[in-house]
Design a protein around this ligand. Sequence first.
Ligand SMILES: [Zn+2]
Length: 358
Amino acid sequence: MADHSSVGASRSLSSTARLPRQRTERRAEGRIQALRRTPTKPAQAPPGRSLPEAHLRTLLGQLDPQRLWGKYLQPLLVERTPGSPGNSKVRQFLEDELRALDAGWQVKVDAFSAPTPLGPVAFASVVATLSPEAPRRLTLACHFDSKLFPPGGPPFLGATDSAVPCALLLELARALDPQLRRSKDRGAPVTLQLLFLDGEEALKEWGPEDSLYGARHLAQRMEQTPHGPGLSELQAIEMFVLLDLLGAPNPVIRSHFPNTASWFQRLSSIEKRLHRLGLLASHPRELMYFQQGPPLGAVDDDHVPFLRRGVPILHVIPTPFPVVWHTAADTEANLHAPTVHNLSRVFAVFLAEYLGLR
Ligand SMILES: [Zn+2]
């Protein structure tokens, strides 16, 4: 297997942030052009009003940093490459935790086998939908598989890639459980969907045929699954929010798509508001996570199969990538706990505002 730090083995476009300009521009341009050709509908406009402060404080009080870390994050920090025992164990854990919630989520598994450079491999993504019959969905996604490292070397645990995003989704679902249940009970037209995708990482060398296995399979399946008159499950997705590579200190996250820029702006406003209220820890004003300005480059990731089918995408990924990216140092010890918890706070408010939770 190729060296992990080489262009070939890395996530191609994503390397824009880490590689010398000259080497990446050609690769990136091709991908950016491909993306621009895809017409995408605009996402829904953000609501005019932000959450009242008392409501906001109650909501944040429901988040539990110790639960996020001990109950949700730590069990994910094992090798979980596609088809491995660690992968099945983590998938089962995700299913069990989602099924244990009061709100009554529909939890399905998108299991399939696909040819890979290492031969056929079994993949399985977890799809949790709060209210399957609701006409529209806000979809939050992350990948739960870890990158395959050569045997005999140090293990790769992928703490930022993407155990932390998975733990964030679990904690958000758990913390907002009462509000989500009420939203379901009153038949809210937009529901929440959580995707824990398998097979994001390349098994040998990143490319269109060797990466994004779970996302490619699921996007196609959703496109073929009817959801209401004349619509598919894919068309029911109002916005697809992808969380990746989170948990390292000082992330710089930028908007990647004009049709969701207003929702990116909402994340940025929530961060500023929480900062002003003194509700974020280790968060100096000059180090805002959600920043204005163009991203360092387009990043190839699990959203691509959905983007190509016209789904509005909000890609929450830091550029540059964490320094531990695709190294054995992407471990719990190198995470920055305040950043993880601050992000859980920003997203809790974001979800409450988007879904009108009360
Ligand atoms: Zn990765």
